[in-house]
Every structure is written in structure tokens, then in C-alpha cells.
Design a protein. Structure first.
Length: 487
């Protein structure tokens, strides 16, 4: 089956032609989307009885556009005879713009799509016009049917929720990764091998807008690697990682902030046992800017991939939220970091979230993230600790709270390892209060600072690389969630 584009708005059916490699019957649909088209357009087609396999391919035009003007980009997915209603009852897969064709049948499907019976009824190809050129976007969709008895239904097997942990310990993980089941290029096996090489104890499957990868991770989990399941929910007003949900959980993405549905989505993720984590809130890509607020979030991805200016903006925004939380003595939002790795040369585990958890289980890891007992590091070689100790000996660590008298002296100590020539910085609700000397070539060192709860509502630590540009802070090597000082 070959998709060739002809910008003509007609529909036709090619009768069964024995010997044609693309299937027994073919339907072709052509149309044009104008600038300002809806976020999602559903193209119906009828599936007759007796179909064993359904195959779809599509193409669209890419006209030249003036500099600075978005051209055409068209995503694609599939809904079965159960319909396109919000919530995804009829969802059968999504590949975005990563593929030009796909198939589904009872025992198998293209990565990103869900195996299952091809039942009689009206199905829909879902089109997502990500951007539309001023000239419009003309598309062609070809649907092919292959008749015959369906194969045995696929029976999903999911990874276990426990690995061989070390009891209460610091565990390293990467919670935002993409495989060939969305727009990544790596298999789960390749990702798992890279995760082990990066010193990770756990990963989270988070392909765009589909849960199809969930059933393909079981073989990659092991006593040394816990695999959590989730999804990157890619809306037009920002992306959110559904982290550690129940196997097979699908989270719909077809809404904007003004639709008022995000609270329902967050509740669904939590009912499925997962966490709500806004991803790369200030990334410069179209549709990535986070516009839902943080009232429904359980954590926020402050560091995404190699440290860039948008991460610096997110860090500043997150710190501003800490100031408000500390001064009002209300709940706070823990920070995370993940690689968002898709393909070579993206590095799995750059960065990684290091979590103090009671064991290497789904429940314990998610509880550690929710509590903020974590820091973010650029690699397995880097570690960073932070403690607050009162004169009486009482102490608290990352994510904890030390309650003392307003004027009681408190000693803050931050220690780093694996970071030669990096600098430890301490930050409070009053800003940066200490910048240490560059660490020696051994990469290890510490700083101490004395304060009181009257002068610092919280303290957090940063580990920064050297910079040649004067007072600029340098790229991040690691940073911690805060320890709070209460009066």
C-alpha cells in the first residue's frame, strides 16, 4: 500500500482485487484543513464484518512558507467502533507524526497502537493538525482491509511492581523516556540497557498519548531495575507525565486549559495510582508551555534533558512557589528531573531523580517523590546531600521539616561528591546566601552555614559547574528539594 498525495476532496472505494499486497479492500479519503482548524478532526470509515487486519497510511502536503511561519504538521491516531468520545473508550492508538502508516489486528499492532479485534462498525482516523500553513493542509488517508479469521487475542504481560531493593536507601531513576511506541527510536530493551549503564534503579515508560508500550516492558524489568508505567499526556497547552499508573491506563489528551478538564484528568491519574507531573513547563516547542497551573500537580519536572535556559526559568518559578508555600506554611511542590530521551544521542539518565525510599517498589518510589525526599543529579557519579541540625541535635534532611524556636541556631550542611570544580550554593526564601569555593579535582567537598528559622524559612542546595562569564551561576550538576525550618 502506497500513500500518494492528491489534494482533491473526494472519497472512493477500490473493490477487492486478489493478489494486491495492501489488502482485500481499500478506501481512500482526501480533504483539506484550513488555518484555524479544530485541534482534532475525525475521519469516519466503515469496517465490514469479517475483517482480520486493518491498515492505514496517510500523507499530506508541505508547501513552502515565509520565514518564521509554521508549516504543515499533521498527527494521526485511531479510534474503533466504540467512538471518539472524550475519555478514550474507543482509543486504539496514536503515533503523532512519527509514522506514515500503521496496522491493528487481534494479536498484534504497530508500535503505539493497541492489539484487539477489528469489529464491524464505524471507525475513525483521528487527525491532529499540529500546525497548518497559511495555504491550508491537504491530506490523503488510505484504509485497507484484510479479510479472514482473526488470530488469537494478545494477552498483555506487565512488569512487576517490586525489584530487589536495598531497604531504605537512595534510588536513582529516570521518569520521562520515549520508546518506539511513540516518537522515540529505541526499543524497551535498548532503553533498559542504557538505564542500567547509567546506574538507574528504576524507569517510567512515558510515551506520548498512548499506553501501548505497557505490555512490552515485562521482559526488561529485573531484580536490578524497576519499571513503572505511565504516559506523557501531550495537550496543546502543555505536557504532563502520568507517572507510575496502573498497567493499561490510558489518559486522554484532547483538551485545552480553557476546557476545564484537567482536574478530571489529574483525578483519573491518581485513581490509577499515579502521580501528576507537569513536564518541561517552559520548553520553547509549540504547545509545550504549561498553562494549567500547579494546583493539581504532585511534583514538577524542573530539569528536562541537558540543562538549558528554559530549565533555569522553571527553577526560578519553582523556587518562587517554595517561597509562597513556606511563608504561608502550606503544601509545597517537589521538583524532579528526567532525560526526556528519544533517540541517539539523547542520554538516558541525564538528569536523574535520586529518591530516598523505603524499598525499590512502585509504592515506595512514588511515596518518596510525593514527599520530596529527593534531589536531581546529572549522572550516577554525582551525589548531593543536605541536612539542617539544631543545637539540641534535632535534624532534618531533604524534603523534611525542622521545627525550632525562631532564634534557635541551626547549622546547614551540604556535601557533594563526583563533581570536580563544581560549586555548592545554598538558596533560601531570601535568595542565594552562600557560594562555596570550587570543589577540588577529587570532586568531593562540603559547605556549612548557620542561620535561624527567623531568617530562613527553607534552605535548598545547588551544585553548579564552573562558568567563564563572571557571576553567572553555571550549568546545573545537581540540586536538592528543600529542608524547611519552622518556628
Amino acid at each position: 500500500m502506497r500513500c500518494t498525495h492528491r489534494p482533491v476532496g473526494i472519497r472512493h472505494r477500490v473493490p477487492r482485487a486478489p493478489g494486491r499486497v495492501y489488502g482485500d479492500e481499500v478506501t481512500t479519503v482526501r480533504g483539506t484543513l484550513a488555518p484555524g482548524a479544530p485541534d482534532y478532526v475525525y475521519v469516519p470509515f466503515d469496517v465490514p464484518p469479517g475483517v482480520r487486519e486493518l491498515r492505514v497510511c496517510y500523507s499530506y502536503d508541505r508547501p513552502a512558507v515565509p520565514p518564521g511561519t509554521p508549516g504543515n504538521a499533521l498527527d494521526i491516531g485511531l479510534f474503533d467502533e466504540r467512538g471518539t468520545r472524550w475519555g478514550g473508550e474507543g482509543f486504539r492508538g496514536w503515533s503523532g507524526g512519527a509514522r506514515t502508516e500503521f496496522f491493528v489486528r487481534a494479536d498484534d499492532a504497530t508500535p503505539g497502537y493497541v492489539p484487539g479485534p477489528v469489529r464491524e462498525g464505524t471507525w475513525h482516523v483521528a487527525l491532529g493538525p499540529y500546525t497548518v500553513a497559511p495555504q491550508g493542509l491537504s491530506y490523503e488517508i488510505t484504509v485497507a482491509f484484510e479479510y479472514g479469521a482473526p488470530g488469537p487475542a494478545a494477552r498483555p504481560v506487565y512488569p512487576p511492581e517490586r525489584a530487589a531493593g536495598r531497604g531504605r536507601a537512595w534510588y536513582r531513576g529516570d521518569c520521562h523516556l520515549h520508546s518506539r511506541y511513540s516518537d522515540g527510536r529505541r526499543t524497551p530493551a535498548e532503553i533498559a540497557a542504557l538505564a542500567r549503564a547509567a546506574g538507574l534503579d528504576f524507569v517510567n515508560s512515558s510515551d506520548h498519548n498512548t499506553h501501548a508500550a505497557h505490555a512490552h516492558w515485562a521482559a526488561e524489568a529485573g531484580e536490578d531495575l524497576l519499571v513503572l508505567l505511565g504516559e506523557e499526556v501531550t495537550t496543546r497547552n502543555g505536557h504532563v507525565v502520568a507517572l507510575g499508573t496502573d498497567p493499561g491506563t490510558f489518559v486522554d489528551w484532547r483538551y485545552r486549559a480553557r476546557d476545564g478538564r484537567f482536574g478530571h484528568v489529574a483525578a483519573l491519574i491518581r485513581r490509577a495510582g499515579g502521580l501528576v507531573v507537569p513536564a518541561h513547563p517552559h520548553a520553547p516547542c509549540i504547545g509545550c508551555a504549561w498553562k494549567f497551573g500547579y494546583g493539581e500537580a504532585d511534583a514538577v519536572e524542573v530539569w528536562n534533558g541537558p540543562w538549558t535556559p528554559d530549565d533555569e526559568v522553571t527553577l526560578a518559578e519553582w523556587d518562587g512557589g517554595l517561597v509562597a508555600s513556606a511563608r504561608e506554611e502550606r503544601g509545597w511542590l517537589p521538583a524532579m528531573g528526567s532525560s526526556d530521551a528519544h533517540r541517539d544521542p539523547d542520554a538516558v539518565g541525564l538528569p536523574q531523580t535520586v529518591i530516598l525510599a523505603d524499598d525499590l517498589t512502585r509504592e515506595a518510589i512514588l511515596e518518596g517523590i510525593r514527599a520530596g525526599r529527593s534531589y536531581v543529579a546529572e549522572s550516577k557519579d554525582v551525589s548531593l546531600s543536605l541536612t539542617a541540625t539544631a543545637a539540641s541535635g534535632e535534624h532534618a534532611g531533604i524534603g523534611g521539616r525542622l521545627t525550632v524556636g525562631a532564634g534557635t541556631p541551626v547549622t546547614i550542611r551540604a556535601a557533594a561528591a563526583g563533581a570536580p570544580r563544581c560549586t555548592i550554593r545554598l538558596v533560601t526564601d531570601e535568595g542565594t546566601v552562600l557560594v562555596g569555593d570550587p570543589l577540588p579535582v577529587t570532586g568531593s567537598g562540603s559547605v556549612e552555614w548557620r542561620t535561624t528559622a527567623a531568617h530562613a524559612a527553607y534552605v535548598r542546595a545547588e551544585l553548579r559547574h564552573e562558568t567563564a562569564a563572571g557571576p553567572l551561576p553555571g550549568a546545573m550538576a545537581a540540586f536538592t528539594n528543600p529542608v524547611f525550618l519552622s518556628r
